[in-house]
Design a protein around this ligand. Sequence first.
Ligand SMILES: NC(=O)c1ccc[n+]([C@@H]2O[C@H](COP(=O)([O-])OP(=O)(O)OC[C@H]3O[C@@H](n4cnc5c(N)ncnc54)[C@H](O)[C@@H]3O)[C@@H](O)[C@H]2O)c1
Length: 328
Amino acid sequence: MLKVAVIGAGTMGSVHATAYSKMSSAELVGIVDPRREHTAKLASSLGTKSYDTLENLLEANDPDVVDVCVPTYLHRTYVERLARLKKHVICEKPISRTLEDARAMIDTCNKEGVDLYIAQVVRFFPEYKRAHDLLLDGAVGETGTVYAMRGGVFPQGWQDWYANFDRCGTLIVDMMIHDFDFLRWCYGDIERVFAKSMWGRDFQRLDHAMVSLRFKSGVIALCEGTWAHTDGFRTRLEISGKEGIISHDSEEAVAIRSSFRTRSSEAAGVAVPESPLNHDPYYLELEHFIDCIEHGKPPIVSAEDGYQALEISLAALESIQTGKPVEW
Ligand SMILES: NC(=O)c1ccc[n+]([C@@H]2O[C@H](COP(=O)([O-])OP(=O)(O)OC[C@H]3O[C@@H](n4cnc5c(N)ncnc54)[C@H](O)[C@@H]3O)[C@@H](O)[C@H]2O)c1
C-alpha cells in the first residue's frame, strides 16, 4: 500500500483526499495547507492529520506519493521540490500556467527518476471514455465535426486566484483544457487554433469563450466554455461522423438535483460534477495513477499529454489577444 499526502485543502484537495481515504491501495498520511482550522477539520473527517507546511508533514511522515492540489501558478514550485525529495507526484491540471514551467516540471521529474501524473480527469468520465472507445471502434466512421461545451458558474478560490489572469489564465487554461485534452486523445495533433472570448472587456466575474481547432486529420472542433452561468455546471459533446452521431449532455443524466436557498460557507468554490456511480471519475483517475506507480504501468494520460493540452490553451489565449489564428 502506498503512502499518499495531499497538498492544498481547497475544492480539489478535498476531492482527492476523500478519494484516497476510500482506496485500499493507498493510505492518506496527511493534508498540507496553511489554512489550519479548515484543514484540520477536513483531515479529521477523513481520519488523517493536517500540517501547515510540507516540512512539518515530512518530519512526521514519509509519503511515497504527494498529490499537488494548490492553485495552478504554484504547481511548479511544489512539483520540483517533491521530485528532488524523490517523491512520485500527482498534480492537478492544468500542468502549470506557462509552458516553461511545464517543461521544467517534466524535466526535473525525469532527472530525479520519479513519476509525474497530470490529473486530466475527463479521460476517466465514463461518458467521454465511451465516446472515445466508440470512435476508435469506428462506430461513426470518419469524424467531420465536433462540438464540445463545458461550463457553469464563475469559480471561487483561495484569494480569488481564478479571477487573476497571471495565476489562472482564464477559463481557457483552467477549464477548456479538459476538452482540448479529450479531443487530442481522440484525434491526435492539431494544426490550427482560432479563438474569441470576453478577455479584455469589462470582466465583472463573467467569462465566455469559443475556440475552434483544426486537427491534422482534417477534423474541425468547436469548443465553447463558459463561466457566465448563475449556477451549476454542464458538459455537452456532439461528434458527427460519416456513419452517425455520438452525443452527450450532462443535463440529461442528472441522478439527483438539489437547490438550496442559502449557500454554505463550506461549499466547494468550483462546481465539481457529481457522480451517481459507486466510484466517481476523480477516484478512478487517482486509483489508476496509484496502480501505475505501484506496478510500473503506463498511464492513460501522461505528463506530456498535460503539456500538449496546455500548449493548445495558450495558443487559444494568444489567438484571442492578437485576433489571429495560431498555426503549428
Ligand atoms: N480536475 C478538475 O476538475 C479541477 C476542478 C477544479 C480545480 N482544478 C485544479 O485544481 C487546482 C486547485 O484548485 P482548487 O479549486 O482546489 O483551488 P482552491 O482555491 O479551492 O484551493 C487551493 C488551496 O491551496 C491552498 N494553498 C495556497 N497556497 C498554498 C501553499 N503554498 N501550500 C499549500 N497550500 C496552499 C489554499 O489555502 C487553498 O486551500 C488548480 O490547479 C485547479 O485548476 C481541477
